[in-house]
Design a protein around this ligand. Sequence first.
Ligand code: FMN
Length: 378
Amino acid sequence: MEQRKLKLGGIIDGVGWNHTGWRHPGMPADGSENIDYYAEKAIQLEEAKFDLIFLADVSHIGPGMIPHYLSMFEGVSILSALSMVTRSIGLAATIATSYADPFTVARQIASLDKISRGRAGWNAVTSNPGGLVNYSRGHLRKSDLYPMQKEFLDIVEGLWDSYEDDAFIRDKESGVFYDPRKMHALNYRGNYFSVDGPLNVSRSRQGRPVVFQAGTSPTFMDIAARHAEVIMAPGDDFAYLTGYAAELRSKAAAQGRSPHDLLMMPSQNPIVGETEQEALDKMREIESWMPRGYRMPKPTFMGSAEQVADRIERWHLAGLMDILLIRQDHPEGFADFIRLVVPILRDRGLFRTEYEHDTLRGLLELPYPEHRHANSHR
Ligand SMILES: Cc1cc2nc3c(=O)[nH]c(=O)nc-3n(C[C@H](O)[C@H](O)[C@H](O)COP(=O)(O)O)c2cc1C
């Protein structure tokens, strides 16, 4: 099967996924709760023809956490706003299955999918047990998180198929609004959740939102091999990722899925310059804002634009990076990458120059999910 072209995603995380980036002169210090800043970044990523905007999340905080976490917007709310200032780029939010409620999540993400005309994705993480006490689930243990997640995913996917694609007729002449035979209840009974359905949101232009998952353990892999379409993977070690991707793909194949349609998305914080020295200077600049004695771990993708493009090409061709997800440690991180690296990727035929689609599924070249009851009336 022919390999997809490289896809690009950008994580927008306010003032940055670090302790000191907010102090940089080029960074609005209130970036994490500034919708204009998010809109500016979204438009920048869409102008560069990125595939998606991705939001990571945290649901419990305390002293000592990074400034971004201390006061930040909820993901679906941000993405709904961003859907109105963009047209083609995908919009994926992280919501933990350990904390949330499946009917609410199915409804929120399906609504985002319709509001954005088929551009939504959901990153279903277990997260860590620390947040349970914020969601009245302090009685649960870490060992509950994956069994609960399995139920959660089954329910959400089931609810997303509450209506068949042609259920709504809306014919004013005959007075027929919808075909009740094409509405399906779920009637799910589990150990953690019981949900009757149907969901009160119909399917979108992309069928249903794209499911992302992130984790590393064997239990994670077993569930992700069944449900995930995109895997957010740790991005710092080529050898580790080689084994990780092979294992996930073989587990997906064992489930009867095409391993080709399980996309690997390592996240990176590239620091690039016109020369290697310029990239190094940028890293020193970030370090200069840190408390004395602190050093920043050297990013895996760092150096001159050519060096970074070479590395991206190698990881992509090895099947380890269907999507490169970048976050920015330096306020010019996205701008530098778009100005210096993206043109090289285009020259090498690795990345698009124009959008071919305007749904997330279309951009990622993922198959349209048939409705689970399609053809049941024939
Ligand atoms: C690459 C990656 C990204 C993750 N992103 C998030 C996140 O944004 N929010 C969150 O609450 N947990 C996140 N997680 C944590 C996972 O949901 C999970 O709690 C963690 O990986 C431990 O589970 P595991 O041992 O099964 O991997 C992430 C994990 C990985 C590996």
